[in-house]
Ligand binder design. Structure first.
Ligand code: IMP
Length: 200
């Protein structure tokens, strides 16, 4: 797949200070993850579950890199409050369309940061008694983890920096960039800096 030249992204690119993972690096890694998943889940007809919105580019690319039959489903979540966000408690705004009892479920995440959201959602999904429940995350900010969370398939490790692109947003923007990068300091709203500004 070829991507528009960076010139086409001038408006968005102007706010990027550094590219951490290029589109080509991301696509190559997604192909490797897809091959590993296709091998490991051969004959299992897995269900890929993604949490909107940040996961959409990764899940779309990953699904096309998998060469065995799969199904795809989505959840959407929101925080009740800043306090509940800190505890990892989230409100499920849109639940799965399908029952997962007895299914092989692969939970697909854009980035695992503190791990609180992932931990909460895995507990929720585990209570529905899937046959297996594994995690595939494109990016892992391991140094920020507050709770141990298993990641069975991982794209790349990220430093403890706020990043945008490939689904990840700052105030809903930058999700459509095909790479992952850092924002210039003056791209943040007044009074904000690299603090977490994502809206999931
Ligand atoms: P956790 O509960 O702290 O692991 O939160 C994970 C969620 O935070 C991800 O699914 C993203 O929506 C968001 N997030 C974490 N780090 C970043 C980032 O650097 N940029 C954009 N969103 C992020």
């Amino acid at each position: 797949m070829t991507f528009p030249s960076p010139v086409a992204y001038q408006q968005l690119m102007g706010n990027i200070s550094e590219i951490l993972f290029s589109a080509e690096q991301i696509q190559a890694r997604v192909l490797e993850l897809g091959a590993a998943i296709s091998r490991d889940y051969e004959g299992c007809h897995p269900l890929l579950v993604g949490v909107l919105k940040g996961v959409f580019p990764f899940l779309a690319d990953l699904a096309r890199a998998i060469t065995i039959p799969i199904e795809v489903d989505f959840m959407a979540i929101a925080s009740y409050s800043a306090e509940s966000r800190r505890n990892g408690v989230v409100r499920i705004q849109k639940d799965l369309d399908s029952a997962i009892g007895g299914r092989h479920v692969l939970f697909v995440e854009d980035v695992v940061d503190t791990g609180l959201t992932l931990n909460y959602l895995l507990r929720n999904l585990r209570s529905r008694e899937p046959a297996t429940l594994h995690v595939c995350a494109m990016f892992d900010k391991g140094s920020r983890r507050l709770i141990r969370t298993p990641i069975h398939y991982k794209g790349f490790d990220l430093p403890d920096r706020f990043v945008v692109g490939y689904g990840l947003d700052y105030r809903e923007l930058y999700r459509n960039l095909p790479f992952v990068g850092l924002l210039k300091a003056d791209a943040f709203s007044p009074g904000e800096s690299e603090k977490k500004g994502s809206s999931k």
